[in-house]
Design a protein. Structure first.
Length: 274
């Protein structure tokens, strides 16, 4: 996929007669646009994908300080037509915020392994404890390479245990365009700690699909019930046995859920997209 200022473009197959949905895909913390390569490699021209490398990731420079608004603005700068926004983890927060700030550009929203708030609170218990993020921040500051390595491993961990092969795949894709900038990572941790988009998620007017892993060590599948309470129109799919990277571990199932969701939203012609 050729790259333009941090945005990779996957073109649909020449001469394809099936309908094409435009997708803007946004990665998570410490990764890059390359993480979407495997998911869309065999999608057969169903989707035209723009995979965004966020500032400070994938070799892209970052303003200081880096804010959620800056991440959103950097993601929309090359988006010229309304699209389905697909956001994984941190990218899901970016996509929710984009839907609120730029509703004319977001036809539908797909969030993967994320709720509208990453850190737990008394009224939001199904999330990561603040102490866990604090410990990771300290480790990242002192030993960034080792901290990132453990973070990639945690994302692939499930009840079945560690998955070394999947961790290697994730790390290779995440770092293919170079390591993320250390200062950007520290700024992003503050974004993850401070961002609360529950009001925005509750007010969403576009169709919303939430894909969650039943075994996710960072964002529990139980957040699906919280999402339904926030917005009864949110479509929640729990992927059994998946951790924090279901688009890598269960790619076929993720594409199936995506296609079904887009059909139901009227974005793809029924019966044409498998």
């Amino acid at each position: 996929m050729p790259e333009t200022r941090g945005i990779e473009v996957s073109r649909h197959r020449a001469g394809a007669r099936r309908p094409v949905a435009d997708i803007v895909a946004i990665h998570g913390f410490g990764a890059s646009a390359r993480v979407w390569q495997e998911l869309f490699a065999e999608q057969g021209g169903r989707y035209r994908v723009r995979a965004v490398s966020l500032p400070g990731h994938g070799g892209r420079p970052a303003p200081q300080p880096l804010t959620l608004a800056a991440l959103v603005d950097a993601s929309v700068e090359k988006v010229k037509v309304p699209a389905v926004w697909l956001g994984w983890s941190l990218g899901g927060l970016v996509a929710i915020s984009a839907a609120q700030r730029y509703p004319h550009l977001v036809r539908a929203l797909v969030t993967v392994a994320i709720g509208p708030r990453f850190i737990s609170a008394p009224d939001w218990p199904n999330a990561l404890p603040p102490s866990a993020l604090d410990a990771f921040e300290t480790e990242l500051g002192n030993h960034p390479e080792a901290a990132l390595g453990r973070f990639y491993a945690l994302q692939t961990h499930t009840r079945s245990g560690a998955d070394a092969a999947l961790t290697r795949r994730l790390k290779a894709l995440a770092l293919d365009d170079g390591p993320p900038a250390r200062l950007a990572l520290m700024d992003v941790l503050y974004i993850l700690r401070d961002t609360d988009l529950r009001a925005e998620a509750a007010a969403l007017r576009c169709p919303h699909l939430a894909l969650l892993g039943s075994d996710d060590a960072l964002v529990p599948g139980a957040v699906g019930d919280d999402l339904r309470r926030l917005n009864p129109n949110c479509r929640v799919e729990i992927i059994a046995g998946a951790g924090h990277v279901p688009f890598l571990s269960h790619a076929g199932l993720c594409l199936e859920h995506l296609a079904n969701f887009l059909r139901a939203a009227g974005i793809c012609v029924p019966g044409k997209d498998p």
